[in-house]
Design a protein. Structure first.
Length: 197
């Protein structure tokens, strides 16, 4: 009796098909990593933008907050009359007590104006543990040269300039944003006051 050995076609994969599948899986893996990296960078970029808006509100208040039609939120600048010095930086916004040289909030009954410290101006969930870092964990830069105040994040690459998520995000205030010139005539009961005001 002779044994017969023969080959039948079996339903398997060829080496080419296996290699193509491996290459395709590799390409998809790289693309998914690239796209998840973009999502992470976008989240960090948006977190930085939100942090800058938080700082804007702490510094100059929120003009949309009103009580009976009267604005109620003026921020640090509205209460103190100037931006924090470069030495104070953003950290002063979380102080519970008035910094040295700044009086506590009070109303002058004669002139019916108020001013002074009403902080803290920024807080996180009711605490003073606010991080002044951008979305990438890098400290924001704060500069105040007496005419311009700038708060800046250097973006994902932590270098000046850039595009996309590497671009700088900057919040800038000039002296014109919080000071103005008032002209007019002051009088009492129709009689102009001739003394300096």
């Amino acid at each position: 009796m002779k044994a017969r050995f023969g080959f039948r076609a079996s339903p398997g994969f060829t080496l080419i098909e296996v290699l193509m599948t491996i290459v395709l899986i590799g390409v998809l893996a790289v693309l998914s990593l690239y796209s998840s990296g973009d999502a992470d960078s976008e989240q960090r970029f948006n977190a930085t933008r939100a942090k800058l808006e938080q700082i804007r509100t702490a510094l100059v208040g929120d003009a949309s907050l009103r009580d009976g039609g009267t604005r109620t939120s003026f921020g640090y600048v509205g209460d103190i009359g100037s931006f924090p010095t470069a030495a104070q930086g953003l950290a002063v916004l979380t102080n519970a007590a008035a910094p040295s040289g700044i009086n506590a909030w009070a109303v002058d009954q004669t002139y019916r104006t108020g001013g002074g410290w009403r902080g803290p101006y920024a807080s996180a969930a009711g605490t003073s543990s606010v991080s002044w870092n951008d979305g990438w964990g890098v400290p924001l830069t704060y500069t105040n040269d007496s005419t311009t105040v700038t708060i800046k994040s250097l973006g994902a690459d932590n270098a000046s300039g850039g595009t996309g998520f590497n671009q700088d995000q900057t919040l800038t205030f000039t002296i014109a944003d919080y000071q103005g010139t008032v002209r007019g005539c002051v009088n009492t009961r129709g009689v102009p006051i001739s003394t300096a005001a």
